[in-house]
Design a protein around this ligand. Sequence first.
Ligand code: XMP
Length: 505
Amino acid sequence: MSYVIVLDFGAQYNHLIARRVREARIFCEVLPGDTPAAEILAKKPDALILSGGPSSVFAADAPSMDAALLTQGIPVLGICYGMQLMTRLLGGHVEPATKREYGRTLMQRTEESPLFHGIPQSSTVWMSHGDVVLAVPKGFQVMATTATTPIAAMANPQRNLWAVQYHPEVHHTPEGQVMLRNFLYDIAHLTPDWDPKDRVQEGVRQIQAEVGTGRALVALSGGVDSAVAAALAHRALGDRLTAVLIDHGLMREGEIEEVLAAFPDLDLRVEYAEQQFLDALHGIRDPEAKRKIIGREFIRAFERARESIGSVAHLIQGTVYPDVIESGGGKGSTIKSHHNVGGMPDDADFSIVEPLRWFFKDEVRELGTALGLPDSIVWRQPFPGPGLAVRIVGEVTQEGLAMVRAADAIIREEVRRAGLEKEIWQAFAVLLDIRSVGVMGDGRTYGQPIVIRAVESQDGMTADWVRLSPDLLERMAARVIGEVPGVNRVVYDITSKPPGTIEWE
Ligand code: XMP
């Protein structure tokens, strides 16, 4: 089977490169950039890709690689930092940054090259770099240029070394995937022989290796990610797996029952802990504090569940790649601590297994289908681990939960009736802790507003608000105000991500 290794030099989105390689149906792994050459060569990769990274090659602690990898005849593609590193290691000239180049730019090809086969002479590429290559290493030729970057691509075909200054992996580079495919298929002569179904086997092997002969718990939340992680772990461990569903009282309407129905063969236990969570959240308004508390209480509840189950050392979690990035798992700054990553308390005495850590949501869905999960689970909307708590701005109370839960059920039902379920990434309600005046019947009301949030997204990392029809919005608003006591106003959130996030907290 064709096999590519991405050497990681710390770019926040470098797993996107791996994803693009997988989209070209080639098996791919990401390894630290400084992995010794012997270790890499022992894995017999058919090609290497050097990722981007935030460092300057001139920094004292700049990540580097074993230069021996550049002399093996293995096709190598350097991207951004990867190109600068290749240049430095092979004796070309890199100039320290005077200013960063960031954003879309037009690239002109200066040479015919198999790397750019099928790409127009002039094409848009996404740049994000400080240092710049000013002289290619001996034996290389310049293949492309932009107004500010004289060497935007270079190659030494004899030695099978290729490099681009831009980022082909982001969708702001429209021809990025064409270039990657050229590299994989035409330059490295790889056959697209990897099937996403193989991921079931890979996942099973990974879980079996990490858990060994022991037993594991899986945390089911009701969301797609944890459901797929549970199904995968069940396949790997059979009756050595016990699933625990913590009823933290922050679930959507009917959720516990639906999950129980979807996993008839799994040893699934529900740990009722609503009061524990409500007590812990009492008086807390800060979003990060809420998330941390929920993370902590989750673990506590699991520890209790574990006591009744016997000795279990491992906890399987459905953490997905966007969670890792947004919790600062890469080198970027923390945007939110997702409960299943950053909110994990230090004293948790489980060894955490995260089989979906490098997966994007659509890949998780693909895997779920390959595992035979029903559409009702695979296509359910993403739901955050901290549940409705992050959809109540302000303090979480029983009354607030009842309001946001009822409004959420109405919004989702209307989306389903309108046949929009698969098109919309998420549609839900947010309850705001403010009051406004209204009039209902003959009386003045002083109630809380519900925000309708509906977004389209590929992977949750960016999102656009959905242009729901005014009729549908009106139906939702009328029902929410009519059926949810305490709500007297409905507003529609028209913020995309960025600059907003999908959830309000
Ligand atoms: P944000 O609000 O960060 O959300 O734009 C991106 C996607 O992630 C979901 N989300 C979470 N999922 N644990 C999860 O498992 C969490 O703590 C969490 N917070 C947000 C959110 O619903 C959206 O789909």
